[in-house]
Design a binder for this molecule. Structure first.
Ligand SMILES: NC(=O)c1ccc[n+]([C@@H]2O[C@H](COP(=O)([O-])OP(=O)(O)OC[C@H]3O[C@@H](n4cnc5c(N)ncnc54)[C@H](OP(=O)(O)O)[C@@H]3O)[C@@H](O)[C@H]2O)c1
Length: 265
C-alpha cells in the first residue's frame, strides 16, 4: 500500500525548507502527497515549494512562522482552518552548543519551546482528528544526543530525549487506533545547519556523517513497525556500545569530551 493510501493525501512538514526537513518533503512529494511546508524564511521556502510543485505535480502551500514562539502550534493550527492533516513531520529544532550558563534564559526557553512544547501541542491538535478518523502518521525528529547526558549540548540533548520518549509513548497509546508514531533518532547528518557549526572530525572511528535523504528513507522503512529507531549502521553500532556495553558515566564522559573537541570548547 502506498503512503497516500495508508495515511491520506496531505502532509505537514515543520522545518521543511532545507536539510532533513526538505528531504522529508521531497520524499512525500514523490509519493504523491500534497504538502503544507513550514519554516521561518519565506523566500527559500517558496522556492523549494515551487520546485516540488513543478517536479512532482503536487500541491504545496507555505506557512512562514517561528515554531519557537509561545503560541506557535495553536496559531499554525488556526491558519490551516480545519484542513485535514494526514501526516505530521516535526523536523525543526533549535540548539545551542556551549556552556549552559553562557546561554541566555530566553534562548534556553526558545529551544524548549521549539523542540518540546510546540511539537507536543501539534501532536495533540493534529493527532486527535487522526484518531477520530482511525488513520494518520506522526514523525518526530530526535537525536543520539538525547540518549545520555551530553555536555555543551545540554538543553538540546534533553529536549531530544523528551521527543523520543513522547513519540514512543504515543506509539504505544495509538498503535491499535490506526495512528503510527515514530521517533527518528539521527546522528550527524550533512544539513546546512550541521555544516554551519563547523565540526571537527574527532576520531577515525566516529560514525559516518549521513545524507538527509538516507535518514528519511530509513524512517519510512520503520514507520508503522517501530516506536523509534537509530539511523545508519555506524550510529547503531556506536549507540549499542555506549548504551549497552559502557557504564552510563563513561558514555556521558565520552559524549561531553567528543563535543568539547568537535567544537574546540
Ligand atoms: N543535522 C544533524 O546532524 C542532526 C543530528 C541529529 C538530529 N537532528 C535532528 O534533525 C532535525 C533537523 O535538524 P537540522 O538542524 O539539521 O535542520 P534541517 O533539517 O536542516 O532543518 C532546518 C529547517 O527547519 C526550519 N526551522 C528551523 N528553526 C525553525 C523555527 N524556529 N521555526 C520554523 N522553522 C524552523 C529551517 O528553516 P528556517 O531557518 O527558514 O526557519 C529549515 O527549513 C532536528 O530535529 C534535529 O534535532 C539533526
Amino acid at each position: 500500500m502506498s503512503l497516500k493510501q495508508q495515511y491520506g493525501s496531505l502532509a505537514l512538514v515543520a522545518g521543511a525548507s532545507e536539510g532533513i526537513g526538505a528531504a522529508y518533503a521531497e520524499y512525500l512529494a514523490k509519493e504523491g502527497l500534497d504538502l503544507i511546508l513550514v519554516a521561518r524564511r519565506k523566500e527559500p521556502l517558496e522556492q523549494f515549494a515551487a520546485t516540488l510543485i513543478e517536479k512532482y505535480k503536487i500541491k504545496a502551500d507555505c506557512i512562514c512562522c517561528d515554531l519557537a514562539d509561545t503560541n506557535a502550534a495553536q496559531e499554525l493550527y488556526n491558519m490551516l482552518q480545519g484542513k485535514e492533516i494526514n501526516m505530521l513531520v516535526y523536523n525543526a529544532a533549535l540548539s545551542y552548543i556551549g556552556p549552559f550558563e553562557k546561554n541566555s534564559i530566553e534562548h534556553h526557553n526558545r529551544i524548549a519551546q521549539a523542540n518540546m512544547i510546540t511539537p507536543m501541542n501539534l501532536m495533540q491538535l493534529f493527532g486527535t482528528p487522526m484518531l477520530a478518523k482511525g488513520k494518520g502518521a506522526i514523525i518526530l525528529m530526535a537525536s543520539l544526543a538525547g540518549f545520555q547526558g551530553s555536555g555543551f549540548l545540554s538543553v538540546y540533548a534533553a529536549s531530544k530525549a523528551f521527543d523520543r520518549v513522547l513519540a514512543e509513548s504515543l506509539w504505544y497509546e495509538w498503535k491499535d487506533k490506526g495512528v503510527d508514531v515514530i521517533a527518528c533518532c539521527a546522528g550527524a547528518t550533512a544539513t546546512p545547519n550541521f555544516i554551519d557549526t563547523n565540526p571537527e572530525k574527532t576520531s577515525f572511528f566516529a560514525p559516518r556523517v549521513q545524507e538527509p535523504a538516507e535518514v528519511v528513507q530509513e524512517c519510512f522503512k520503520h514507520l508503522g513497525k517501530r516506536p523509534s529507531f537509530i539511523t545508519g549502521t555506524g550510529n547503531k553500532i556506536a549507540s549499542f556500545i555506549m548504551q549497552k556495553l559502557m557504564p552510563r558515566k563513561m558514555a556521558i564522559l565520552i559524549m561531553g569530551d567528543t563535543t568539547r573537541k568537535m567544537y574546540r570548547l
